[in-house]
Design a protein around this ligand. Structure first.
Ligand SMILES: Cc1ncc(COP(=O)(O)O)c(C=O)c1O
Length: 357
């Protein structure tokens, strides 16, 4: 597909096509903290996004609250993997199966998807955009459970198809983008406010097409991703001490994937004890040349352009709002050196020590 958002929107289209709704507006359930592209993918299919709060201090949806979010018009639940951590799909699937609703695994931020381990969801969405685990500078994929064929093929058959040409222009663009997004340029570009880099904005989805890739491109992208250093393990070991200071680390050094097997992480995430500490850490890390950030910065209802498309404000989703205001993410690309990790650890010690934890 043309992008991960398009793949997700196609998944929503499939879920609607198999439901027996007559005239009612279809509803799709998603987490209250997440990428605004989730909302764009749903709205593009004339469906209503319905938000559910997270569990406290973690990126997973609260399944008790999920059960309450269903209505007679619900056609799908999107289980979203976050920074290399897949959602708890088997728990979500239990709730979905009872109601005959589709479960979509959004694995834009996780590779390989959890369904490669255990095929729980009805379909899986991948993204190959910049900054994603498998980076082809754009594109995405929708993988659909074989048992849903041929009905799903029929629904998607008429989508227009484009050919991606990996010519000199594509290669030059890739080089340029990698250069601009490298630590030196990106740090400078971030300081130019009108570029809006680092801010999360809502972009409506206006096209849906399939993409034909040159043979071998995707395999090359996957191979490139597989040889990246296992930063999750390093961060988990070096930052373990923060747990005693009120921080939460999502991936610990014993977690599957943290040892470099399996999951490729795009950034390493951890939660500060409060917003003030989070802001101070990000500011200090950036001053020391480390590209730390707050990721989306807000729960979905507070993201510019999204609120008019949703019911409820961030106050209705206290765990998602608290998550958004305490999250710190650290870079985990191949340019992060041991010296950088040393600077990160020292900065965390200084800041968390300052607050007397
Ligand atoms: C969880 C999630 N889903 C979907 C998308 C959309 O993917 P794409 O940028 O390829 O459209 C993103 C993008 O960041 C994402 O993080």
């Amino acid at each position: 597909m043309g992008s991960g958002t398009q793949a997700l929107s196609a998944a929503v289209r499939l879920a609607i096509s198999r439901s027996s709704l007559k005239g009612a507006e279809p509803e799709v359930i998603l987490p209250a903290y997440g990428c605004p592209d989730l909302v764009a993918a749903v709205v593009a299919q004339d469906a209503k996004p319905v938000l559910v709060d997270l569990l406290p201090d973690c990126p997973f949806v609260d399944t008790e609250k999920l059960s309450l979010a269903f209505s007679g018009a619900t056609v799908a639940v999107i289980g979203v993997g976050f920074l290399g951590m897949p959602e708890q799909l088997s728990k979500l699937a239990d709730v979905c199966r009872q109601r005959g609703v589709w479960l979509i695994e959004d694995s834009a931020q996780c590779f390989p998807p959890d369904c490669a381990r255990e095929p729980i969801a009805d379909c899986v969405v991948l993204s190959f955009g910049r900054g994603k685990p498998v980076n082809l500078m754009g594109g995405g994929a929708l993988l659909v459970r074989e048992t849903h064929n041929p009905a799903s093929t029929d629904v998607l058959r008429d989508l227009p198809e484009e050919q991606l040409n990996v010519d000199w222009k594509w290669k030059a663009r890739r080089r340029l983008l990698n250069f601009l997004l490298g630590r030196f340029c990106y740090g400078l570009l971030l300081r130019i406010p009108f570029l809006g880099l680092g801010t999360t904005l809502y972009k409506p989805l206006t096209s849906l097409h399939r993409m034909r890739l040159p043979s071998g491109l995707l395999e090359a992208g996957i191979s490139e991703a597989r040889v990246r250093p296992a930063m999750a393990c390093k961060y988990a070991q070096k930052l373990e001490f923060l747990r005693q200071r009120g921080w939460s680390l999502f991936i610990d050094s014993k977690a599957p994937g943290a040892n470099g097997e399996g999951q490729i992480i795009l950034r390493y995430g951890l939660l500060a004890p409060n917003r003030k500490t989070r802001d101070r850490v990000i500011e200090a890390l950036n001053r020391n040349g480390i590209g730390a950030n707050a990721f989306y910065g807000q729960a979905l209802p507070d993201i510019e352009g999204v609120s008019g498309l949703l019911h409820g404000s961030a106050r209705n989703f206290p765990n998602a709002a608290s998550f958004a205001e305490r999250l710190v993410t650290l870079p985990s690309h191949e340019d992060v050196t041991d010296q950088d990790v040393g600077v990160i650890v020292t900065t965390f010690i200084e800041i968390s020590g300052y607050h007397g934890y």
